[in-house]
Design a protein around this ligand. Structure first.
Ligand code: TXA
Ligand code: MG
Length: 321
């Protein structure tokens, strides 16, 4: 069983020895290993039961260090890096050969991110290599936002979980590609489109919601699924439709409590209606409901702006099973 602790020197030691450990970031916990070491990276895929066609994000501590494993960084990417790093933004940049093809699933672009988390940065600065790290959940399941979430599912496959507390953002990073002339958002996340556009002007989005193609990494339809059936819509109407099984319904609610469903089966993400607070509680709420003795989870879409768009994207993926 994994040890959970805050000792970054111990974490660094394990990573130097080619091990995989869980690390905190401001978005979600990551399953990290030396990005330059193929054997270590293979262990990540193995522990996560993740298909090899799905590439990994590489984490480091500053823009200068990013240059050691990427080629010419496009101007738009530089502007975004300077505006949002450290932060919940992943940029797809041309990779140098030092990044194994295994990390990028054969793509010439590597996903790069500087996390905004003191403990993660402290760890990264102790290492002579960047860290490849996907979210620390079994493939296709809900991303972990606490060390306890990681331990519950992967604790028996890991030696160490670096404890950085609960993740402040709670939703994964926004992913931007520069393969086309106009920067293209491939995954909505902690940085919203309006924030990006303030810095680089208009961006495209290619979220490929409805596709399950291996070539659209980060967009697999079944991502973020709870084990329970998730139904999205007008929650009050859904409660009417499913009233015969009222005691077996859970609700993931943005602000309010609903009548007719046991209170203990309702998670209210932000009574004040703050989208950022809701995002912080989102994956935890989904997990909580998933563990209850209920049959279905009801939810409504969030206001579709800011980080609400990223949560709507996660909801949509979670309902496809
Ligand atoms: O916030 C985050 O991004 C978290 C923390 C740990 O940094 N990481 C994360 O990793 O969400 P993961 O692997 O669960 O999701 C990253 C997504 C993957 O679905 C992958 O397909 C896509 O990013 N991705 C990574 N590298 C890519 C690349 N070179 N080209 C296209 N997509 C890439
Ligand atoms: Mg993930």
């Amino acid at each position: 069983m994994a040890i959970t602790d805050t000792n970054t020197a111990r974490a660094a030691q394990l990573l130097l020895a080619g091990k995989v450990i869980a690390i905190p970031t401001e978005t979600v916990y990551g399953l990290a290993a030396n990005a330059y070491n193929m054997d270590a990276v293979l262990k990540i895929f193995d522990i996560k039961a993740r298909p090899l066609f799905n590439p990994l994000i590489v984490h480091t501590y500053d823009l200068n260090n990013v240059r050691t494993f990427t080629e010419d960084i496009p101007d738009a990417a530089l502007l975004l890096a300077k505006a949002f790093w450290p932060g919940p933004l992943t940029l797809l940049l041309p990779k140098k050969p030092i990044i194994p093809d295994l990390v990028t699933a054969g793509s010439p672009y590597v996903g790069v991110r500087v996390p905004c988390h003191d403990i993660a940065l402290d760890l990264l600065k102790q290492l002579p290599f960047p860290l490849a790290a996907p979210s620390a959940n079994p493939f296709g399941y809900i991303s972990p936002i606490t060390p306890q979430h990681v331990a519950a599912q992967l604790g028996n496959k890991l030696d160490y979980i670096l404890d950085g507390g609960a993740c402040r953002v709670g939703i994964e990073s926004t992913i931007v590609s520069f393969a086309e002339k106009i920067p293209t958002v491939l995954r909505l996340g902690g940085i919203d489109i309006a924030m990006l556009e303030k810095v680089v002007g208009p961006v495209e989005t290619a979220l490929q919601h409805l596709s399950n193609h291996a070539c659209t990494p980060g967009s697999l339809l079944v991502h973020y699924s709870p084990k329970k059936k998730l139904i999205i819509g007008n929650v009050s109407e859904l409660i009417q439709n499913y009233s015969v099984i009222a005691n077996h319904i859970g609700i993931l609610s943005f602000t309010k409590q609903y009548d007719g469903i046991p209170q203990k089966n309702q998670v209210i993400l932000s009574p004040q209606g703050c989208l950022k607070e809701a995002a912080r509680n989102f994956f935890g709420g989904l997990r909580f409901l998933d563990e209850l003795p209920i049959d279905i989870i009801l939810a409504a879409y969030f206001p579709n702006h800011g980080i609400g768009m990223a949560m709507n994207d996660r909801l949509q993926r979670a309902q496809h099973k």
